[in-house]
Write a protein that binds this ligand. Sequence first.
Ligand code: ATP
Ligand code: MG
Ligand code: MG
Ligand code: MG
Length: 477
Amino acid sequence: MLSHEITQRWLSYFESQGHKVVPSASLVSNQPGAMFTIAGMVPFIPYFLGQETAPFPRATSIQKCIRTLDIEEVGKTARHGTFFQMAGNFSFGDYFKEKAIPMAWELLTTPLDKGGFGLDPDRLWVTVYEGDQESYDLWRDTVGIPEERIQRMGRDENFWDTGQPGPAGPDSEIFYDRGARYGKEGGPAVDDDRYIEIWNLVFMQYQRGEGQGKNYEILGDLPKKNIDTGLGVERLAMLLQGVENFYETDQVRPVLDAAAELSGRTYRGTENAEQEGYEDDVRMRVVADHIRSSLMLIADGVTPANEGRGYILRRLLRRAVRSMRLLGVTEPCLPVLLPASRDAMKGVYPVVSNDFERISRIAYAEEKAFLKTIESGTARLEHAVTQAKSEKRVVSGADAFALHDTFGFPIDLTLEMAAEAGVSVDEKAFRGLMTEQRERAQADARAKKGAMADLSELRRLLDDHGSVFTGYTELVT
Ligand code: ATP
Ligand code: MG
Ligand code: MG
Ligand code: MG
C-alpha cells in the first residue's frame, strides 16, 4: 500500500466516524515562538488549551512535520525522519478513550479488503500509564489484547502535560513486533527497534498544579476531556510495504536509489555497524531523508539563512551534500537528487512540482555556495595540516574552530580530511571553544529575555508532549 493510499484510508475511516477532515498546516508553525510544526496537534493547541472554541467537535488530519531533534537518529534507527507525516484524530471535549482506543484497534486490524490496515493483531503491543487502569481495562476487556502484551509505564514515558498548570493526562502507545530477527523479546519496554512505535494516543483528562518537570499534583478532572493522537505514516508504510525501514518506503526510496546511482555505490540495507557497507548505507539514508525535508521546507517558504528556520534548512542541505561527498561525489548532486524527491512527493503535494523552478533555484544556489566553502576551507585546512605535520601531528582546536567559525567548515569534514592526511585533530579543545561560543550566545539571548519569554514557554509545552522542539540555539555539526 502506497503512502498516499494509507493517508486516504486514514482520512476516510475517521470521516466515516464523524471527524472533520482538516488539511495539513504549514511546516512553518504559527504558534508563538515555535519554529516548525512537530506534531499533528500543534495547529489545534488553542482548542486544547481552551483559548478558542473548536468549530467542530472531532477532527482528523495528515500533518506535515519536521523534527530536527531526531537528526542524529536518521539513517541509524529504522524509524526516524526529520520530515514525516503524522496522521491524527482529535476530539475537542467530545469522545474520550472509550472510543479512541477501540477505533485505533479497528482501523489497524480490520483486513485490507475491508477498509482497514490489516495488521496482525498478535503482533501488536500497547503501553499504558501505570496509573491509568481505565485504559488498561479497555485494551484488555473491550479490545481483547492479552495481558502479556500490555505494558505499564511511568510518568516519564506515558504522561503528557504542557509544562505548566493546565491540561495533562496519560497516554497509551501502540507498537508492532517486527519479529525475533530485529532484537530482544520482551515488548517495547525492552527493545524499541524490534517493537516499532506506530501510534500514540493522548488522553487529556486532568488539571495539573504547580511543579517542576513531572513533579506536580493532579488537582482534578478537566471539565472537557480531549483526545489527541498521532500515527507515523511512514512507519505504517514501512510495515505495509514489507520494507526494512523509513528510508525504503515509497516516498523516500527513489532519492536513496538516485544517491546510490550517482555515487556508483550499492545500497545494501544493513542494520548495524558491524555489517559491511553500513556507513555508506547510513549516508544514503541521510541523503534521502534530508533532501526530502529540504524540498518540503523550501516549498513552505523557508530559505537558507544563518539563524532560525533558515539555519535548519541550511544544515539539512549541507549534511546531504556532505554525505554525498563521503560517498565520493564532489560534483553538484542536487540537480539529480532534488528532482527525484519532487517526483516521489508531487502526487500528494503538487506544489513541489508547480513551484519547482523557485525551489530548485534556492537549493542549487545553496549547494554551490557550500561547495565553494569547502574549497576555500580546504586550503586553510591544508595549511593547518602542514603545520601539524611539523609538530605533534595534531591540528589544534583553535584551527578547527577557525575553520568552523570562519569558513563554515563542519568538524566532521575537518576530522575526516585530517585523518586522510595522516594527522589528528584536538577535538576536545575544539569542543571547548564551541561551548564557550555557545555560552556567549546564550548570555546574549538572556539579555534579550523579554522577547524570548513566549518561546521558552512553548518550548516546554512541546518538549513535554513527548518530543521535540527545534530551538533557535541548536548547534551545527
Ligand atoms: P519515538 O519514540 O519512536 O522517537 P515519539 O514517541 O517521539 O517516537 P510521538 O511524539 O509519540 O513520537 O509522535 C507520534 C507518532 O509519530 C509516533 O508514534 C511515530 O509513529 C511518529 N513519529 C514520531 N517521530 C517520528 C520521526 N522522527 N519520524 C517518523 N515518524 C515519527
Ligand atoms: Mg516514543
Ligand atoms: Mg510516542
Ligand atoms: Mg521521538
